[in-house]
Design a binder for this molecule. Structure first.
Ligand code: 7GP
Length: 838
């Protein structure tokens, strides 16, 4: 490419190249220019929203320059790249993150202040990019930050939903869903009208012969829609690398506008067809850990996977390497099974389009893909009905049959005569109708399969994927414990704490090497340091208390113990156990004399999280939390001793407010159900302690920070099966304290008890599948220990500081390096490697 441009022309372009602002005045000029020209406004009508737009556009100019250079550098160097395929990227806000990662926040703060604005107000104007449900989507976002910060050549590929996760409103205590139309003004995306891919659905398979007389399968006659790329720059922290997140949007294929209908007067009909194409990328499915199994969802998956692979292959082909080198240039990571069709699509392209022999093609496919599993919950494991796939992707179904056939043949060679094994591991489940087990296909088509925390990785090997360990041996399965980016989850969310830490341990290097937090140990006994530490926690709590007062008119005493559980509402996460515990606390306080009450530790129980719109039980839990709040918060006997708050519409930007304000946070899933959890890491990193079960990453957090610094409760994963068995055979009496709580609910203390019927019967006729009754007394006893510990402010601070010092392991950077070494086999790329970069 470089050689084709004459030197003189190159020199002219170089001379005129756009440059980044560094100084305040240049920044201000850019802001004012954007306000006056891009927005066509002026000093007289520049409100906070316009100031946000101007600031964001100024920042964006900077980002784009670095981003172009990164992409040019990657093109010239042509290293092996990793492509992270995820249906969800829960990015949150971009402006603050971009300012911090590119080190211009101080300049920007001063700059906007002289223009009459506060940087905090400007930051607050931004709409979250909420293209995800919960942990899985936020993990993908943390990974992008880690990849860029570590200079890995890595791209994200996802869908550009017009509607992100719904906005949650609470009306009369119930969750109401409101659409999240977020694209009104989004300066962080760049439509690439030149990057368009035709994607086909339906149609039929025609057999033909190629020039060598071999049979080939042609998939044709389907309906075509177009995928158009929208690119989002992802700046690393303190590096020249700015990576790319490419999101696909669907639109009708240009030839598809139905002129016949149009001319015959059916204008509306022709528009309807167009809208049908646009529907594909219209909405994020709002389910976390639940498989919806809807046709449109399958369409989304294929649309996104086919467009991404087309793009990846086009890039690979630029360097004219033989196909054999594909896995040396390309690693593709499957974020859960949602992109599993990529395995089939690549095999189809290699065999049907590129005419490679089946086995050669398959060898390349397996070397290319890695698969990450994020859950063992059976209701979340994807299964697609065979007739649906047959209809939508007829050629892909044939290929899946062949993959399955060859796989089963190899299994049969290894385990002759084991018929049961064959039906157990077959991709096709013999149900009515037959379904495809996507996780099995993902395992068979990948060279590595990983879980996201040690316990979880062990569990998948011992349970849902046991047969595959027997077939492939244990080396195909590995663990990569999740991590979080300390840039967003410490530096951005908790600037005061980040600054304090930096002032003690020699600057901000810990943001790139989180293990340096160890240095904090030297200051554990430093009185002044502890005072500053506590002051920061208090100021974060005051900020949250103010937010709660402004939005709910409930006053929370900032000196009370802030007990926080924020995450998607799900039975396995056991928000119900938490609220039952709150009711128990309330009843206990009511039983006390005023003198006894005075001795209690005041507590604010704070909840937040969305329920899937169709998940009735989860919605009932929200209703109960709000009803308990109604009763408790106005009870004069109780006052500050107990407040119950449900924060509406929990999302990434609210997490940034909430996480730094916790004293204790709850991670109390039934042992063996939470694959990892990542908010547990965020809370501890911000100087909060946690109460939790021996589940997911809680176990490794305990190992890192020490048992003395965590409040553990409940049964172990290894005992869950036996306990459930006892419930099924009616051998368990409900815990008496839980019985009393249920009686109170059934008496109508929290409103019409029939509302909570399903919740109550889950504990009884539902056999208490999540073992609330089994863990309840342990939970209450552990909460008592929390109260006791909180009384000793000194001891508490010691625990917090020592814990933060031990959190280095949970950086997304550690996690990304493990993927890079063990699974992707990629190296960082020096962002300044190419001299030809413009
Ligand atoms: C989540 C897990 O529930 C959570 O424990 C983990 O920390 C997170 O992934 C990141 O690994 N899983 C999902 O969000 C999910 O929807 C089903 O999984 C596909």
């Amino acid at each position: 490419v470089e050689a084709s441009i004459p030197e003189q022309l190159r020199a002219t372009w170089r001379r005129l190249a756009a440059s980044e602002f560094k100084e305040k005045e240049e920044f201000q000029k850019a802001v004012v220019r954007h306000v006056e020209t891009t927005l066509a406004r002026s000093m007289y009508n520049c409100d906070d929203a316009a100031a946000y737009a101007g600031t964001a556009l100024a920042l964006r100019d900077n980002l784009v320059i670095g981003w172009n250079k990164t992409q040019q550098n990657q093109t010239f160097q042509d290293p092996k790249r990793v492509y992270y395929l995820s249906l969800e990227f829960l990015m949150g806000r971009a402006l603050d993150n971009a300012m911090l990662n590119t080190q211009v926040k101080d300049v920007a703060r001063e700059g906007v202040s002289e223009l009459g604005f506060r940087i905090e107000d400007i930051i607050d104007q931004e709409h979250d990019a909420a293209l995800g449900n919960g942990g899985l989507g936020r993990l993908a976002a943390c990974f992008l930050d880690g990849l860029a910060t570590l200079n890995y050549p890595g791209w994200g590929y996802g869908l550009r939903y017009r509607y992100g996760i719904f906005k949650q409103e609470i009306i009369d205590g119930y969750q109401v869903e409101v659409p999240d139309y977020w694209l009104d003004f989004n300066p962080w995306e760049f439509p690439r009208h030149d990057v368009v891919v035709d994607i086909m659905f339906y149609g039929y398979v025609k057999k033909d012969t190629d020039e060598n007389g071999r049979t080939i399968n042609l998939w044709e006659g389907g309906e075509v829609v177009q995928a158009i790329a929208y690119d989002v720059p992802v700046p690393g922290y303190e590096t020249r690398t700015t990576n790319n997140l490419r999101l696909w949007s669907s639109k009708p294929a240009s030839g598809e506008f139905d002129f016949q209908k149009f001319n015959s007067g059916d204008y509306e009909g022709s528009i309807r067809d167009q809208q049908r194409a646009e529907t594909i990328s219209a909405v994020l499915y709002p389910n976390d850990n639940i498989d919806a199994g809807k046709e449109l969802r399958l369409k989304q998956q294929y649309f996104w996977v086919a467009a991404s692979l087309h793009d990846i292959i086009r890039r690979f082909k630029k360097s004219h390497r033989p196909w054999q080198e594909f896995p040396d240039q390309v690693a593709i990571q499957l974020n859960d099974t949602h992109p599993t069709l990529a395995i089939v699509e690549l095999q189809r392209i290699l065999v049907d389009v590129e005419h490679l022999a089946w086995d050669d093609a398959w060898g390349l496919v397996v070397r290319t893909f890695g698969y990450t599993n994020h859950t063992v919950l059976p209701e979340a494991l994807e299964k697609w009905s065979v007739p649906l796939v047959q209809h939508l992707l007829p050629r892909h179904l044939q290929i899946i049959y062949d993959i399955n056939l060859f796989f089963l043949q190899s299994v049969e060679r290894k385990f002759p005569q084991d018929r049961e094994m064959l039906s157990r591991v077959s991709i096709i489940e013999e149900s009515q109708p037959q379904v495809l087990r996507m996780a099995y296909l993902a395992i068979i088509g990948s060279h590595k399969v990983n879980g996201v925390a040690e316990l979880h990785s062990d569990l998948i090997k011992a349970t849902i994927f046991k047969d595959f360990v027997d077939i492939y041996g244990p080396d195909k399965f590995t663990n990569v414990t999740n991590g979080i980016t300390p840039r967003r989850w410490l530096h951005q969310a908790n600037p005061k704490l980040s600054d304090l830490i930096a002032s003690k341990i020699g600057g901000y290097d810990f943001l790139k090497n989180l293990s340096l937090l160890e240095g904090l140990r030297d200051f554990v006994d430093d009185k002044e340091f502890r005072r500053e530490w506590n002051e920061i926690k208090l100021s974060n709590k005051i900020k949250l208390a103010k937010y709660i007062r402004d939005t709910t008119s409930i006053s929370v005493n900032p000196h009370s113990l802030f007990d926080i559980q924020v995450k998607r509402i799900h039975e396995y996460k056991r928000q119900q156990m938490n609220i039952f515990g709150v009711i128990h606390r309330y009843l206990t306080l009511k039983d006390m004399t005023p003198a006894e009450r005075k001795k209690q530790v005041p507590r604010a129980s704070i909840f937040g999280g969305k329920a899937a719109p169709g998940y009735w039980m989860a919605k009932t839990v929200i209703r109960l939390i709000n009803a308990v709040g109604e009763v408790v918060n106005k009870d004069r006997d109780i006052g500050d001793l107990l407040k119950v708050i449900f924060i509406e519409d929990y999302n990434v930007s609210k997490a940034e407010l909430i996480v730094p304000a916790s004293d204790i946070s709850e991670h109390i899933s039934t042992a063996g159900t939470e694959a990892s959890g990542t908010s547990n890491m965020k809370f501890v990193l911000n100087g909060g302690l946690i109460i939790g079960t021996m589940d997911g990453a809680n176990i490794e957090i305990t190992r890192e920070i020490g048992e003395e610094n965590i409040f553990l409760l409940g049964n172990l994963a290894e005992d869950v099966e036996e306990l459930r068995h006892r419930h099924r055979y009616g051998q368990v009496e409900m815990d008496p304290k839980l019985r009393r709580v249920c009686d109170e609910i059934e008496k109508g203390t929290f409103g019409d008890p029939t509302i909570y019927g399903s919740l109550m019967s889950a504990l009884t006729t539902g056999c208490d599948y999540y073992l609330v009754s089994d863990d309840f007394s342990s939970y209450l006893a552990t909460q008592d220990l929390v109260d006791e510990a909180f009384r000793d402010k000194d001891e508490w601070a010691t625990k917090c500081i020592n814990s933060v010092a031990s959190m280095g392991f949970f950086s997304a950077d550690r996690c990304i390096n493990e993927y890079a070494d063990m699974i992707w086999n990629i190296e960082p790329l020096n962002p300044l490697a190419s001299s030809n970069v413009l």
